[in-house]
Design a protein around this ligand. Structure first.
Ligand code: DP6
Length: 332
C-alpha cells in the first residue's frame, strides 16, 4: 500500500540533551515543546515486493547505504516491518517544506512523518503513544512532533523504554496567539550534530548531572505554565533552560559551541527589549539560529526590531501546529 502524510517540526521549550539508554534512545530528562505549523516534511511510503532494497529520496536526492540519512530511514523501516510482521522493502520519498534555507531543518519532522506514514503503509493501526515511541527510536525530538500543540516527552522510568513517549499538554486552540519568531542567522550552519554533541556532553561535561536534574524540574514546571498560560514565567523558564543546555554543551570536551556572533547579537537585543518591558524570550537548539518566543500582539514590533540587526537574514513566524496527518497526493 502507498500512503502519504505530513508532519511538522517542533521547538523545545525545555530541552533534551543526553541519552540515558543510547540503544533505546531514552533521555536523561523529560522535555517539552510546541509543534510548529508550516515547518513540515511531506513523505510517501510504499512497501512492495517489487523493491529489492529500501529506496530513500529526500528533496530530489537519492541516499545510499552507509549515508547517515539512508541508514536512519532503513533502521526505522526495519522497526516498523518487525512490528507489522512484513518483509517487503519500501520506497520512501520525502520533501521538506521549510522556508528558504531556514536553518530550522530538523530531524524531528522527518522522522515523525516517516514513522507516521510507514506505520500506516505497513497496515499498523498504532496509537499516538505507540507512534511517538517508534519515532523516538529514529530521533528523540521526533517523538514530540506526533503531538498536536504543546507536548511533554516523558523520560520514563522503565528499563524497556515503554513509558518514554510524548503526550499532549494542551492543543493548538489552547493558545493560538503563541508565536515563535525564527531568526535565520546563518544559512550554512557548520555544526556538530546534536546526536554526537550530546553523546560527548554525557561523557565529559562536568555539569551534566546538574543540567539534567534541573531540566527535569523545568519540564514539569513548564507543563504547569503552559496550562496556566503564564507567558512571562514560561518565557523566562524556556530562556534559562536553553542557557543551561548550552552551558552543558559548551563545557563538553571538545567544546560544542553553537552560538555565533549573530546568535549573540539577537540574544543581547532580546535582553535589552526585555529590560524595556517587552515580553520576548530567546531559545536556541543545535545551531546558530535564535528562536524568539512571544505573543501575537508583539510580533510587528519585534519583527521591526530584529530585522534591524545586520546579522539576521530572515525572520520566520511560526504558530502552534498540529500533529501528523494523511494526505491524498503522493510524491511518486
Ligand atoms: C538541541 O532529537 O536531533 O534540539 O535523538 O540523537 O536524533 P537524536 O537528537 P535530536 O536532538 C535535539 C536536541 C535539541 C533539543 C531538543 O529538541 O530538545
Amino acid at each position: 500500500m502507498k500512503v502519504s502524510g505530513i508532519a511538522n517540526a517542533n521547538i523545545a521549550l525545555t530541552k533534551y540533551w543526553g541519552k540515558k539508554n543510547p540503544e533505546l534512545k531514552t533521555p536523561y530528562n523529560s522535555s517539552t515543546s510546541v509543534t510548529l505549523e508550516g515547518l513540515q516534511t511531506t513523505t510517501t511510503v510504499e512497501f512492495d515486493e517489487k523493491y529489492t532494497e529500501d529506496i530513500f529520496i529526500l528533496d530530489g536526492d537519492e541516499y545510499k547505504t552507509g549515508e547517515g540519512e539512508y541508514d536512519n530511514v532503513h533502521e526505522q523501516l526495519d522497526l516498523i516491518r518487525a512490528k507489522a510482521g512484513i518483509e517487503q522493502k519500501a520506497k520512501v520519498v520525502s520533501k521538506n517544506d521549510f522556508p528558504t534555507a531556514a536553518g530550522f531543518a530538523s530531524s524531528a519532522s522527518g522522522l515523525a512523518a516517516l514513522t507516521f506514514v510507514a506505520a500506516k503503509a505497513a497496515g499498523l493501526d498504532s496509537s499516538v503513544e505507540e507512534l511517538s515511541k517508534i519515532s523516538r527510536m529514529g530521533s528523540g525530538s521526533a517523538s514530540r512532533s506526533l503531538i498536536d500543540g504543546f507536548a511533554i516527552w516523558h523520560k520514563g522510568e522503565q528499563e524497556d523504554g515503554e513509558d518514554s513517549f510524548a503526550e499532549q499538554i494542551a492543543p493548538v486552540e489552547h493558545w493560538p496567539e503563541f508565536r515563535i519568531l525564527g531568526c535565520v542567522i546563518s544559512k550554512e550552519a557548520k555544526k556538530v550534530k546534536s546526536r554526537a554533541g550530546m553523546k560527548q556532553s554525557v561523557a565529559t561535561s562536568p555539569i551534566f548531572e546538574q543540567w539534567y536534574t534541573n531540566a527535569e524540574k523545568d519540564a514539569q514546571k513548564m507543563v504547569e505554565l503552559v496550562k496556566a498560560k503564564d507567558f512571562e514565567e514560561l518565557g523566562n523558564l524556556a530562556q534559562n533552560n536553553c542557557i543551561l543546555m548550552h552551558a552543558c554543551a559548551m563545557t563538553t570536551r571538545p567544546p560544542v559551541i553553537y552560538w555565533t556572533d549573530g546568535t549573540m547579537q539577537v540574544i543581547h537585543r532580546v535582553l535589552e527589549l526585555q529590560d524595556e518591558g517587552m515580553k520576548a524570550y530567546f531559545t536556541i537548539d543545535g545551531g546558530p539560529q535564535v528562536k524568539v518566543i512571544c505573543l501575537e500582539e508583539d510580533v510587528p514590533k519585534l519583527k521591526d526590531e530584529l530585522t534591524k540587526l545586520n546579522m539576521v537574514h530572515e525572520i520566520i513566524e511560526c504558530k502552534p501546529g498540529h500533529g501528523p496527518r494523511v494526505i491524498e497526493e503522493h510524491l511518486f
